[in-house]
Design a protein around this ligand. Structure first.
Ligand SMILES: Cc1cc2nc3c(=O)[nH]c(=O)nc-3n(C[C@H](O)[C@H](O)[C@H](O)COP(=O)(O)OP(=O)(O)OC[C@H]3O[C@@H](n4cnc5c(N)ncnc54)[C@H](O)[C@@H]3O)c2cc1C
Length: 332
């Protein structure tokens, strides 16, 4: 029965979707893994060439009763991009900048654009998207939105959520929907579906506000679970895009993401502190942040010793930095 459903879906995808359709064991096997340690064979894979094709693939999967899992670079580490259903990979073709507003430091992109590619195109304009994840050469904006990625400079720039202003998406039932700043009076929204969704989300925000205030950890890089705190109308303005950020593609498929951009960093300086114990380094962090650094990194002795074991190609400056950090390792 299941194989009949799969065959039917494959045939319809080939007929109706502008994109690559893969149901062979080899390709499915490639998409059965990501950067996590899990492995699940998907029913099939679609690599859409256009946003309409991505939306159509989602619709056909829905009609066949097969779940959809969106995939960007596949560098998530908790198995978020693997599933038994249909994998929709936006990273190959859906990677354009749709709009760039240099004066207002905004751009709108397709979800499959890779962070480094985006920043390369923004550089001549003196701008960048400042959520600098370590996997920037693979990570896509859709994936970063999906898991609310954070970069090494999140101290200054915050998480992906802090840098997303609106998202155009397709809901599970196929409805295209705009998620952004909520109007002062949601009852005035003309589109009945958007009005209804907005009112329902705000009601959830209101209902859960006290619980969220009491239980959500008050830390800057809190990226687990749905961002229910974003729905609390008592916070002032509510941006519904922020409920999609971090939702791991479980609420909607993002088709276009509007980003807040920052001016490129100018001159930078690095300070290196060394500590006699791990605890001392951790205790110093609270004082170091008051100096307004854009990043604080901990490099422990394991990393340093491993770096030393690489045949030397580094300059003298790097060697002295490494030596200074070495003392961060707990002294046992
Ligand atoms: C060595 C290593 C270092 C890392 N360093 C960092 C780091 O510094 N900071 C950090 O935050 N993370 C880090 N990560 C985790 C990961 O690389 C990043 O979070 C990255 O930004 C994820 O992007 P991606 O394109 O690979 O997303 P994917 O893994 O492809 O997807 C992430 C989530 O987004 C969803 N998704 C993708 N596209 C869409 C779409 N169009 N619509 C809806 N949902 C969608 C997926 O279903 C999934 O739930 C690291 C991972 C590794 C392996």
């Amino acid at each position: 029965m299941l194989s009949q459903v799969r065959t039917g879906l494959e045939a319809r995808l080939r007929d109706e979707v502008d994109g690559e359709v893969h149901f062979d064991a080899f390709t499915r096997g490639r998409y059965a893994t990501d950067a996590s340690q899990y492995q699940i064979m998907p029913a099939g894979v679609v690599v859409p060439r256009t946003m309409q094709a991505a939306a159509r693939a989602c619709a056909l999967a829905r009609e066949a009763g097969i779940p959809v899992t969106a995939r960007g670079g596949g560098t998530s580490q908790s198995g978020q991009t693997i599933n038994r259903g249909l994998v929709v990979d936006g990273s190959k073709h859906l990677r354009r900048i749709l709009e760039l507003d240099v004066a207002n430091r905004r751009c709108t992109v397709e979800p499959g654009i890779v962070l480094d590619d985006l920043n390369r195109q923004l550089k001549p304009h003196g701008l960048w998207f400042p959520v600098d994840v370590s996997t920037a050469s693979r990570a896509t904006i859709g994936g970063m939105v999906g898991n609310n990625s954070c970069g090494g400079r999140s101290l200054r720039y915050g998480t992906t959520r802090d840098n997303v202003t609106s998202i155009q998406a397709v809901l599970a039932d196929g409805t295209p929907m705009h998620f952004g700043e909520v109007e002062t009076d949601p009852a005035s929204i003309n589109d009945p579906r958007r009005r209804d969704l907005t009112e329902q989300l705000l009601a959830i925000g209101m209902r859960e506000a006290d619980e969220v205030a009491a239980r959500f950890p008050k830390v800057q890089r809190r990226v687990g679970g749905y961002n229910l705190d974003a729905l609390d109308p008592r916070r002032g303005s509510v941006n519904l895009a922020h409920i999609l950020v971090g939702s791991e593609g479980t609420l909607a498929y993002s088709t276009a993401v509007e980003l807040k951009l920052s001016p490129l960093l100018g001159r930078r300086a690095v300070g290196v502190c060394h500590f006699g114990s791990f605890r001392a380094a951790m205790q110093a962090a609270q004082h170091l942040v008051t100096l307004g650094p854009i990043a604080i990194e901990l490099v422990d002795a394991t990393m340093i010793l491993r770096a030393f074991s690489i045949p030397a190609r580094s300059c003298g400056h790097r060697a002295s930095t490494i030596a200074a950090c070495c003392a961060m390792h707990p002294v046992t």
